[in-house]
Design a binder for this molecule. Structure first.
Ligand code: SF4
Length: 242
């Protein structure tokens, strides 16, 4: 089995998706992933638009798959409403609300108010990175909805990646999908989605760090808009998050 310790570049990474495959290789990768790792596989789900596509496909491959949502306690009500809709539509999925060790109030007492506005890396570490580390303990591999066209930092992502951050295998089935592909799938399958997408929020995270997009060509320009920060740390190397 492909693991972090014996990682080799999988031949699946060299395959160009079949032109006839509407999922651009995603379904094949998910089938391989669940056959290989079974139910120990974790999908770190943000409930963004890409998540709706992945959830729909995963539900056909592994109906009792484990999804982990990093519940920072700072998400929009629209995001929590969507999670309830997803639970109703896919009742056999195991959706885990993974919380940080500190509540928002405890973080304020320990680090001062609005840590996200002074040190977002530290805030993301406490509320997202460490909780995912805890959720992945014991898991050999995890799934992420990264797409290559989302940002330059994601342009070299493969289907199957050696993840030094969590010493795990990171599987990214949607690397060849465009933003338009995602919405075409959502519309064709009449999937639920976060209503904030209709209000110019292509990428949705915590309330303090998410705004409407400032650059129509940059899907992630509404995240940490006042900082030189484009990632929460889940997709960085260990050195760059400390
Ligand atoms: Fe904190 Fe913002 Fe990161 Fe959320 S996105 S964990 S509020 S810094």
């Amino acid at each position: 089995m492909l693991t972090y310790e014996n990682f080799y570049d999988s031949p699946l990474n060299n395959e160009t998706p079949d032109q006839q495959d509407p999922t651009k290789g995603a379904l094949k990768i998910l089938e391989w992933a669940y056959q290989t790792y079974g139910n120990s596989l974790v999908y770190a789900c943000s409930f963004g638009a890409e998540s709706m596509v992945l959830i729909d496909m995963i539900a056909t491959v592994q109906p009792d798959a484990r999804l982990v949502f990093l519940d920072t306690g700072l998400h929009f009500q629209e995001t929590y409403d969507l999670i309830e809709e997803v639970k109703e539509r896919y009742p056999s999925l195991d959706i885990v609300m993974q919380k940080p060790s500190l509540t928002v109030d405890e973080q304020r007492e320990q680090y001062g108010s609005a840590l996200w506005s002074r040190n977002p890396d530290q805030c993301c570490y406490i509320r997202k990175v460490k909780p995912l580390e805890d959720a992945l303990s014991g898991a050999t591999a995890w799934i992420s909805g990264l797409r290559r066209s989302q940002s330059p930092t994601r342009a070299n992502t493969n289907f199957i990646n050696k993840d030094d951050r969590f010493q795990s295998i990171k599987i990214c089935p949607l690397i060849y999908w465009s933003w338009d592909d995602v919405w075409e799938y959502i519309e064709q399958h009449q999937l639920p989605y976060n209503k904030l997408h209709d209000q110019n929020y292509p990428s949705i995270g915590c309330i303090p760090c998410t705004t409407q997009v400032t650059d129509a060509d940059d899907e992630r320009s509404g995240r940490w808009a006042n900082f030189q920060k484009t990632e929460c740390g889940l997709h960085a190397t260990p050195q760059s998050t400390k």
